[in-house]
Ligand binder design. Structure first.
Ligand code: TRP
Ligand code: SF4
Length: 337
């Protein structure tokens, strides 16, 4: 274990996770526990940056629970890592407000995820919330509240991490050396395409396979997957290079890859059989995780205990950082002289 490295990462609580979440992030988080002290947060305040109605907030807590069960089932270990909910350690909001004083608005307006979001929602200036603009400041606060030195994220989060580093530099220059500059620890993953064969696997596009779904449901969904669009008839040779099912076989059935390629391109393999085989591969891969989920579902208090304990441990670190920061910024309990 490298003592001097602290890993932090966060995930918005979207509920049950899917294969894309697992292969793109969670699997990596699990592995990092062997080498580093890790802190992982369900970032519920970040979830609030995109709500459009009060009803949506009722989903946040159940979503956290479902996500946590997936975390634990996948192998995040509350003995070794700190697993907690962002809002349970409200010190992060204090730090975010303080960091906002050294964050130029121009930096935030130039963040690509922010620009995309504004375009996507075709928002007028009045509906872009202050919270949405400040999203990366809160994310920076998440990371540096725990003085994390490395942050495992996907490519899409790199601009946020660059901003975090700039905020840290500015803070350190202004108020004295306080925070380490967090390094990006890029998660190298084949991008997992959804069942539609077009977009990244995502819950909102409903092209996903939940870790928690049962084998029948999994098979049913895999059978709906798009394959090589030019393969109309069973006798047409297929093109694995453009087939999404093939790309999933790479992950779940690597041993048979050559045979699949050969049989597809010579039309000796049908797509339906090919998908059935993929579904079996996925179901084998997830069997153990699903078993652990069933056990966790039988202990509803356990998830709560894990999160309370995680928050307690996180708070100790958070408090120390806030004391240091308020002192350096001239705030906090007097001596008023
Ligand atoms: N913005 C990240 C995402 O959308 C989630 C996140 C919030 C995060 N705080 C973080 C990731 C801190 C890494 C570190 O995926
Ligand atoms: Fe894709 Fe398999 Fe059909 Fe080939 S046989 S096109 S790899 S689903």
């Amino acid at each position: 274990m490298e003592d001097n490295k602290v890993i932090f990462s966060g995930m918005r609580p979207t509920g049950r996770l899917h294969l894309g979440n697992y292969l793109g992030a969670l699997q990596n988080w699990v592995g990092l526990q062997d080498e580093y002290s890790c802190i992982y947060a369900a970032v519920d305040v970040h979830a609030l940056t995109t709500i459009t109605s009060g009803d949506e907030v009722h989903e946040i807590r159940p979503n956290i629970r479902e996500m946590l069960i997936d975390w634990l089932a996948a192998g995040l270990d509350p003995q070794r890592s700190i697993l907690f909910v962002q809002s349970h350690v409200p010190e992060v909001l204090t730090l975010s407000a303080l960091l906002s004083m050294v964050t130029p608005l121009g930096w935030l307006m130039r963040v690509p995820t922010f620009k995309d979001r504004v375009r996507q929602m075709s928002e007028t200036e009045d509906s872009v919330s202050y919270g949405l603009v400040g999203y990366p400041v809160l994310q920076t606060a998440d990371i540096i509240l725990y003085k994390a030195t490395a942050v495992p994220v996907g490519e899409d989060q790199v601009p946020h991490l660059e901003l975090a580093r700039e905020i840290v530099r500015r803070f350190n220059n202004t108020f004295g050396d306080t925070f380490p500059e967090p390094q990006v620890k890029l998660t190298e993953v084949p991008s997992i395409v959804g069942l539609d064969g077009q977009h990244k696997m995502s819950k909102s596009l409903d092209n996903h396979i939940e870790l928690a779904s049962d084998p029948e449901e999994t098979s049913k969904r895999v059978l709906t997957a798009f394959t090589d669009p030019q393969r109309m008839r069973r006798t047409d040779p297929g093109r694995p290079s453009v087939c999404n099912v093939y790309s999933l076989h790479k992950v779940f059935d690597p041993a048979n890859l050559d045979a699949i390629y050969e049989e597809c391109t010579t039309a000796t393999r049908g797509c339906v059989d090919c998908k059935r085989q993929l579904a079996d591969g996925i179901n084998d891969y997830l069997a153990e995780m699903r078993e652990r989920r069933r056990e966790l579902e039988e202990r509803p208090d356990y998830v709560t205990e894990v999160l309370l304990d995680g928050a307690k441990r996180a708070k100790v670190i958070a408090k120390a950082t806030i004391d240091e920061v308020t002192e350096k910024m001239g705030l906090g309990i007097p001596p008023l002289n």
